[in-house]
Design a binder for this molecule. Sequence first.
Ligand SMILES: [Zn+2]
Length: 410
Amino acid sequence: MFLVASNREILKGILTGNDRQEVTVDGDRTVGGRDHQPPVTTTAAATTKMAIPRLSLLPNNEHNSDNYEDLELEFSSSVLRSLERYLPPEILTANREEKAKFMSDILHKYISREECAKAIRFKNYREWIMSNYQPRFRELYKLDPESLLLPCFRKAVRENTEESFRRIMFEPFPGVYVFKMFQPDFFQKLLVEVENMRKWLHEAKLMIRKPNNKSKYGVVLDDFGMDIMLKPLVEDFIFPICKVFFPQVCGTMFDTQHGFVIENCEDRDAELGFHVENSDITLNVCLSKQSEGGEILFTGTRCNKHLKAGPKPEEIFEYCHEPGQAILHLGCHSHGAKAAITSCSRANMILWCINSLFREMQTYDNEFRDWCGQCAREKKEKKSQSLASKRKVKKRKKDMILLKFIRCFV
Ligand SMILES: [Zn+2]
C-alpha cells in the first residue's frame, strides 16, 4: 500500500548517486564482490576495474519506454517504464530483457526480495478479489458526489475558503475538525457492503487482510476496488480542507491513501491503546454506534522524535464520536479508543492520507516542528531560557555601571 513512498525513496537514492561505485568485473562478464549488481559489458579479460553506467539525473521525456507486462518480473511494468527514462544512453539501446535486468538489479538494492514477494502476493490477492467479488452496491465503487455527499459539504468545498469550511464544521479542540459529509444512506450501504465482503472472503476461504497492526477486525476497502471511489474523494474533497487547516503536512497533494472499516465491540478490538497512525492526515467517519461508551481520547501531537513523550494535562481531550460525523486530524495526533462497555459496538470508516514528501522532509529537518506539541513546548522553553540569560547579562552590565559610578565618589 505504500509503494509510492517506497518508489520515491528508491528513485531519490538512485538519483543522489548511492549506486555510484567501482566494481571488479570477472572474466565471465559477471560482476564480482556483491550480489545483484547491474550487468556490465566489457571486452577486458579477468578483473578489469570499471564504473557501472549511472542513471541520468533528469528523465529523458522524449523516450518511449518499453512495456514489460508480458515478462515475468518482480517489479511492475509501470515502475520499470518510469525508471527506463533515467537509463544512461548505453543501456537505453539494449534489448528489453537486458534493460529489465539492469533496472531490477538496481531496485533490489532498495527493496529486498522478501518485500517483493510480499508485494506480489498482495497484488495477486487483490486481483483475485477484484475479478471474482460481486459488489452489493456498485454505486459505492465510483465517486458520484451528488448521490454520495451532502449538498452543504459540496458547496463548502466548491467555495474552498476557510470561512466556507468553518461554516460546516466545528473545532472542539485545536487540530480536531468535526463535520458531516456523507448522505444518510451511505452509512448503511457501506456497512452492508463490508458484511458482504467479510462473508464472501469467509466462503472463498481467503484470509482477511488486517488494515493495520492495531485492528484485528477490519476490512481493507482498497482490496475490493473501492480505492477508485476513495482516491478522488481524497483529492477533490478532503485535500482542499487539509490545505487550509494542515498546510504544513499535505504539500501539493497526497500520493497514497489507505481506506478501511474497523469494528469495535466487547469481543472485537474492545479497546485500542494510544497510538499515532501511519498517516499524515486521518479522516475517521463514524458509520454506526450502539449504546454509550467507546469515546476517543486525544493526547497530543507528536513528531517521530517525541513519540514517547507523555501527554500534558492541557493536551488531553475526550470526544464522543457520533454516527454520521467525520473527524479530521493529523495522523501524529496521538489517540486511543476507550474500552467499549457491554453491548456497545461501533463501526468506523478510516481514511489514511499519506504525503511521502512530508515524511522525507521530517528525516532531514531537525528544527522544532510547530505541529508537534512537545516541539512547541521545547521551543518555548528554549526561548524563555534565552530571554532569562539575556536579562541576566543585561542586569550584570547595569550592576557594573552602577559599581563604576559608586567608585567615582569613593
Ligand atoms: Zn516534536
